[in-house]
Design a protein around this ligand. Structure first.
Ligand SMILES: Cc1ncc(COP(=O)(O)O)c(C=O)c1O
Length: 392
């Protein structure tokens, strides 16, 4: 589709009603075996294994529809789906590392990303180094001739440091490293990795793309054919693929991504404003707020903000924290985010850092603003603070 906005791409990408009896949505193919009518057809499919309908794991029209939509939305060459966001990260890292390589990973990365690097890449002979997310062009000092990957996550999904992606990507290119970013927070709507020098954009589609907390899915969108081939071949070797129903839910979620993101953004900002004025709150970690250290970079590179942010509250005894969290009526307590529902989660950034130190003594609470009325959410938080105070 040419000269259309992302809102329009979201509605039309990955569907072909004319070749599907006029039915608006593509069918869901449940598939392992694909039958070939002749030896010629079998051999032809094997020659084009990465792109043809060859075997269920390699991709079906359901797979290709989701991947096509994700790639078109992000402006990449093509995408590769995986069964979860973490699988997308693991496949992307594996595709571009071998024994003897040096890999740089932001200290603000999602915990299991760090764990994959430490517990899989290191034993396989890769040297892993974590770096300060705010390092910017200073990353040059850490780059080596054998640095094969620079991994970013911006903003970091617990503490929201905004990275200087163009500066880091430009430096990484001087040693030929592949630059990959976990772009889950911004979605393809609010940050365009390929405009900023990134080679691979990774999404936990489980979050905003699916949008309804009912499927696990990941996707790696690749800048060019070379990087796509490397990722696709790696996913194939690992036997990674999304399930048909989850892929369909991912594609269906994309149709409403834009309207949902507008509301997540607006509600999160309303909650952040209210929280910033509370006596219990010492800091609000939200890139779209002018008082946040990474705000200027966010303003330069992003076109919006999502529903996920953190606040730091004064440290209170565990029983007071439990009194607040256990009694929430609308905010659920649990992992993940990006669904229609609001979430609240106590986190401990200090425990997962190694290149930088997290020294703030307060309690970090990560919030996801769902699609409920912000006024109702504020009342839920207010009642929570009252329970916290009563338990002190
Ligand atoms: C920033 C980020 N990246 C990746 C993931 C992993 O996604 P999934 O849960 O689909 O494996 C998560 C999950 O919480 C996340 O927050």
């Amino acid at each position: 589709m040419k000269d259309v906005t992302k809102d329009t791409i979201l509605v039309h990408a990955g569907r072909d009603p004319r070749n599907n009896h006029g039915i608006v949505n593509p069918p869901v193919y449940h598939c392992s075996t694909v039958l070939f009518p002749s030896l010629d057809a079998l051999e032809e499919s094997d020659r084009n294994m990465l792109t043809s309908v060859n075997y269920g794991r390699m991709g079906t029209p359901t797979t290709f529809a989701f991947e096509e939509a994700a790639a078109e939305l992000e402006g990449g060459y093509k995408a590769v789906n995986t069964g979860s966001g973490l699988a997308a990260i693991a496949i992307a890292l594996s595709a571009f590392t071998k024994a003897g390589d040096h890999v740089l990973i932001t200290d603000s990365a999602y915990g299991p990303t760090r764990r994959f690097a430490k517990e899989t890449l290191i034993p396989y002979g890769v040297e892993v180094e974590f770096y300060d997310p705010c390092i910017g062009a200073g990353i040059s000092a850490l780059l080596r001739p054998n640095t094969s990957v620079v991994f970013l996550e911006s903003p970091g999904s617990l503490t929201f440091e905004v990275q200087d992606v163009p500066a880091i990507a430009a430096a990484a290119k001087t040693v030929g490293a592949t630059v990959m970013i976990d772009n889950t927070w911004a979605t393809p709507l609010f940050f365009r990795p390929f405009d900023h020098g990134v080679d691979l954009s990774i999404h936990a589609a489980t979050k905003y793309m699916v949008g309804h907390a009912d499927a696990m899915l990941g996707v790696v969108t690749c800048r060019d054919e070379e990087s796509w081939t490397a990722v696709k071949k790696t996913a194939t070797r690992f036997g990674v693929c999304g399930g048909p129903d989850d892929l369909y839910l991912g594609l269906r979620g994309l149709r409403t991504l834009s309207v949902r993101m507008r509301q997540h953004q607006e509600s999160a900002l309303a909650l952040a404003d209210w929280l910033a004025a509370r006596p219990e709150v010492t800091r609000v970690l939200h890139p779209a707020r002018p008082d946040f250290p990474g705000h200027e970079l966010w303003k330069r590179d992003f076109t919006g903000s999502s529903g996920l942010f953190s606040v730091i509250v004064n440290q209170v005894p565990r029983k007071a924290l439990a009194a607040m969290l256990d009694g929430m009526e609308l905010f659920g307590m649990g992992y993940s985010w990006g669904g229609f529902e609001s979430l609240i989660l106590p986190t401990r950034p200090a425990a997962v850092r190694s290149a930088t130190r997290w020294t703030d003594p307060g309690q970090v609470l990560r919030l996801h603003a769902g699609l409920e009325s912000p006024d109702d959410l504020i009342r839920d938080l207010e009642a929570g603070f009252r329970r916290m105070a009563a338990a002190l």
